[in-house]
Design a protein around this ligand. Structure first.
Ligand SMILES: [Zn+2]
Length: 301
């Protein structure tokens, strides 16, 4: 692929959507997967190779936040934040990068967060259930202090997870750590400068999630990982009204394609004035891409 393509289109391309939740495989995860085995990972046949994904988002007039998950102390496999930065550099018109650190690495995790900021990444993804940690444990406070100080957003998987599903003991994964209260609420209270995204409708605790959204200005959520027709009704109702400025579109690709998500979202009873907020404007403001909002065509109401 022509690596200059991104640069030439970065300022001119029309952006209608920002997908804030897209997985890529890096480091040991990419090696395990092998490049030539990037296959259609979903029923609709879209490859999750980052080059193919970039073209997919260009066709959708979209941008995407990409990340991996480092859970090396549990699995022995290390993710690579450099590779995330490299994919962003290769497709700067499409990708925004979030890093990942394994919170159990202690001081090394702090240094890695600082390196993520130096690499130009905009946030850090955490998966408390898969990484087996309680975000409100004071041992991890230095992580939240560092992210807040560096202006890095933190994205927490929330709600149940398919990771480990069906395996003996759910592969040892405790769903409890996906619960918004107390884990996310505690650190949102303690670190008001920390900008937090709760990923996914946090089923079966989505009501707790909505309570935090209403209560804490520094907490947001994405609607990824759920086909819109299955998103709990209360989440849709709040997204359409009280928390309409705090909800982001996300697919969780390759688990769910943005195409299917957008198709089903179009069927939901969301106000015309709210749709562009969820699909683009809220994330653009959150990520500091305000020019996308300012230059946007007015929403038809
Ligand atoms: Zn995800």
């Amino acid at each position: 692929m022509d690596t200059t393509k991104g640069d030439s289109t970065v300022t001119t391309r029309r952006i209608d959507i920002i997908d804030i939740h897209v997985h890529v495989r890096t480091g040991d995860h990419a090696k395990v997967w092998e490049r030539d085995r990037y296959v259609p990972a979903n029923q609709e046949g879209f490859s999750d190779h980052p080059d193919a994904m970039a073209d997919m988002y260009r066709e959708l007039n979209g941008m995407a936040v990409i990340f991996d998950i480092d859970d090396e102390t549990r699995t022995g496999l290390k993710a690579s934040n450099e590779e995330i930065a490299q994919w962003v550099a290769r497709h700067p018109d499409v990708y925004i990068g979030f890093g990942s650190v394994d919170p159990w690495k202690g001081k090394a995790a702090i240094i890695e967060v600082e390196r993520c900021a130096a690499l130009g990444l905009k946030g850090i993804k955490f998966h408390p259930a898969v990484q087996d940690f309680a975000p409100n444990d004071p041992r991890f406070f230095p992580l939240w202090e560092t992210c807040a100080r560096l202006g890095l957003a933190v994205l927490f998987h929330s709600g149940t997870t398919m990771a480990g599903a069906g395996q003996p003991g759910g592969a040892g994964i405790r769903l409890e750590y996906g619960r918004p209260i107390p884990y996310i609420d505690d650190i949102a209270a303690r670190f008001p400068e920390l900008r937090i995204i709760m990923a996914h409708p946090a089923w079966p605790w989505h009501e707790e999630q909505l309570a935090i959204l209403r209560h804490k200005p520094n907490v947001f959520m994405d609607l990824s990982g759920w086909a819109p027709k299955y998103i709990p009704e209360s989440v849709i109702r709040y997204a359409n009204s009280l928390v309409q400025d705090k909800v982001f579109f996300g697919s969780d690709f390759p688990m769910l394609t943005p195409h299917r998500w957008l198709r089903e979202f179009a069927e939901l009873p969301i106000k015309d004035s709210v749709r562009p907020k969820i699909l683009r404007d809220n994330a653009a403001r959150f990520l500091g891409l305000t020019h996308l909002v300012e230059h946007a065509l007015p929403a038809s109401e």
